[in-house]
Structures are given as structure tokens and as C-alpha cells.
Design a protein around this ligand. Structure first.
Ligand SMILES: [Zn+2]
Length: 343
């Protein structure tokens, strides 16, 4: 009797172990698959691609799914999309993230100082992440300090090139509008450009150091852009078709297209037309040696300066992130995108 019971117990143990042996790898396997799928999802998400996370990944295997994963759960259906990735479009939220980082996390960025240097690292990192070819140009300021231009290059099909520029130094405050706003718009424009097909022309995204005036001399400014233009080779200058300067585009009621000319030239007219096509009311306004387009225009490269006007808090501690308007950022980004698409 005891022997019979013992055999039954042994039999049961054998059955349990056999089922367990088959079952354990199945569990392990599904865990691995689900973790891999979650990893791929997070990768696609961080690359800015819209994707869906299946319920199974949230509900099974992961004892404490991250809140991000839960928030982004859209549908329980897993759809494998074999269509080509849609071209990236300008995302004001991303641009605002850059503006916040530069003006709030880093803060005031006077030319030649530590914060200006930190901003240059941030910009270079962002361009590297996008896969642009990056380089740094170092130059000396009249006070002996150094500043830097950060350059992101995207090779195009032809020999010609377009320069898009924004300065990242600030004066008298955190410079959210003047000019983290321009940097944010251009970093996001670089992401859009890098995510599209090969552009017809090469694109130089140039982030200038030391645009603001140093000392009392009215001409002691635009150090980064002047240094860049002075150091362009003859061939580079000849191949540069145009320069788009983005400076102070986060606050205002009027979108101005500016250049040094009294009346808009053909290039400024292109922008006024593009703005109209987007339903944006824009005006032409003559500038006078007051932003980074100056050196390019003086070198014979057709240039425009895009600026939202008028911000009375520029060069003061009140030029803070909370005053930046999503509408202005979005409109500027869409105008730059429309220009690049029109090439
Ligand atoms: Zn500025």
C-alpha cells in the first residue's frame, strides 16, 4: 500500500516536472520577446516615430511597467507597418524643449563664458544625435576670451549650399527669445531635414557664438558670424546660395522678414510669398547691422533675418522661457520647412 502510494506520488512529481520543463522555457521565451518588443518600441519612440505598444507588453511579464509606456498605450492591436517612414514634420514641442534647456537649465549665456560653452556642447550633441556632420570653430573675442561656432552639415545632391544660422549667446538675461528661440527652431529644422530625403543643396546649420555686443563700441558684435564668413573659402562663398538667419522668433505679434536693403530683394520676396502661402501675415522691414545675416549679406550672399516683433524684454532678465509663444515658434518652423521644401 505504502509502495503504491509512493509510486503515485512519484508519478505525480514526474508529471509536474515534465509539464514544468515544457512550460518554463515558454514563459522565458515570451518574456524575452516582450522585453525586446518593448525595447524596440522605446527606440522607435525616442526616434520620434509614431508607433503602438501592444497590451500584452504592458500587462504581462513586466511587473512594474514604466509610466511612459502605460501613458502611450494606444491600441491592443499590433500593426506591422511596411509603408515607408513618413517624412518628419516640424514639431514645436521639440523646439520648445531646446529653448527651455538653453534658457532655463543652462540660463544666461554671455559670450566667452562657461554657460555659452555649455550651450555649444548641448547643440553639438543634438546635431550629432541627428547624424549631421558636426564641427566646432573656435575664435578669440576682444577681451581675450574664446567663443565657438557649432556647425552641422547635411550633404545635398548638388554643389550649391544654403546656410541657416542662429546665435546661442545671450545678453542681460536668460535669452529665451534672444536667441534660444532661434536655436530651438533650427535644431528642430535640422531634425526634419535629416529625416527627409537627400536635399537638392547641402545645408549648413550654423549656431553662432558671440553675436551680442561686447563693451561700448557699437561695432563690437557678430563675432561668430563674421569669423565664419571671413574663413569661408572662395569656393564655399561662391557655392553659398543664401543665408537664413533666425533670431528672436518666440515672442511678438508681427513676423518680419528683414535684410539690409531698403526694399525687399528677390530672396526676401520668396519668404514673404511662402509666409502668405502658409496663411501667415508677414511684413518686410529693413535691418541695420543688427544680427548675424549682416556678414553674409555684406559678402554678397542673399540673406534674410526672420524675427517676430516686438519684444520689449530683450537683453533683460525678463527674457524668460515662460513668455515664449508656441504660435510664433510653430509659424517660424513651418516657414523654414516650407522654404527648404521649395528648394
Ligand atoms: Zn539676437
Amino acid at each position: 500500500m505504502i509502495l503504491k502510494r509512493g509510486l503515485i506520488v512519484l508519478g505525480l512529481v514526474f508529471v509536474i516536472l515534465s509539464v514544468g520543463w515544457l512550460w518554463v522555457p515558454a514563459v522565458v521565451e515570451s518574456l524575452v520577446v516582450e522585453r525586446a518588443a518593448a525595447g524596440i518600441y522605446m527606440l522607435l519612440k525616442s526616434a520620434g516615430l509614431k508607433t503602438e505598444l501592444p497590451d500584452a507588453i504592458c500587462d504581462a511579464s513586466e511587473p512594474t511597467p514604466s509610466t511612459t509606456v502605460l501613458q502611450d498605450r494606444v491600441s491592443p492591436v499590433v500593426e506591422v507597418d511596411t509603408a515607408p517612414t513618413p517624412a518628419a514634420t516640424f514639431d514645436a514641442t521639440r523646439a520648445l524643449g531646446h529653448i527651455k534647456y538653453l534658457s532655463k537649465t543652462i540660463g544666461p549665456r554671455p559670450a566667452g563664458g562657461k554657460n555659452e560653452r555649455l550651450a555649444s556642447y548641448y547643440i553639438k550633441d543634438e546635431l550629432d544625435k541627428l547624424g549631421l556632420q558636426t564641427s566646432i570653430q573656435k575664435f578669440t573675442l576682444p577681451n581675450g576670451q574664446h567663443s565657438y561656432n557649432v556647425i552641422g552639415f547635411l550633404r545635398g545632391a548638388g554643389d550649391k549650399s544654403i546656410v541657416l544660422g542662429a546665435h546661442f549667446d545671450s545678453k542681460g538675461g536668460p535669452g529665451a527669445n534672444d536667441n534660444a528661440s532661434g536655436v530651438g527652431v533650427l535644431l528642430e529644422s535640422a531634425r526634419v531635414a535629416a529625416g527627409g530625403g537627400e536635399p537638392p543643396y547641402s545645408l549648413y546649420f550654423i549656431f553662432f557664438g558671440a553675436e551680442e555686443r561686447i563693451g561700448k563700441n557699437r561695432n563690437n558684435h557678430h563675432f561668430g558670424s563674421r569669423h565664419y564668413v571671413r574663413n569661408m573659402t572662395r569656393a564655399q562663398a561662391k557655392m553659398a546660395l543664401a543665408m537664413v538667419n533666425v533670431d528672436m522668433v518666440g515672442k511678438g505679434t508681427e513676423l518680419a522678414v528683414r535684410s539690409l536693403r531698403a526694399k525687399p530683394g528677390p530672396f526676401a520676396n520668396d519668404f514673404l510669398k511662402l509666409a502668405k502661402g502658409l496663411g501667415l501675415k508677414s511684413v518686410y522691414k529693413q535691418g541695420k547691422d543688427d544680427s548675424d545675416y549682416e556678414a553674409f549679406e555684406n559678402a554678397g550672399i542673399p540673406s534674410v533675418w526672420l524675427q517676430w516683433r516686438k519684444d520689449n524684454s530683450w537683453h533683460t532678465p525678463k527674457d524668460t522661457f515662460d513668455r515664449i509663444g508656441r504660435t510664433e515658434i510653430d509659424a517660424t518652423g513651418k516657414l523654414v520647412a516650407a522654404y527648404l521644401e521649395s528648394l
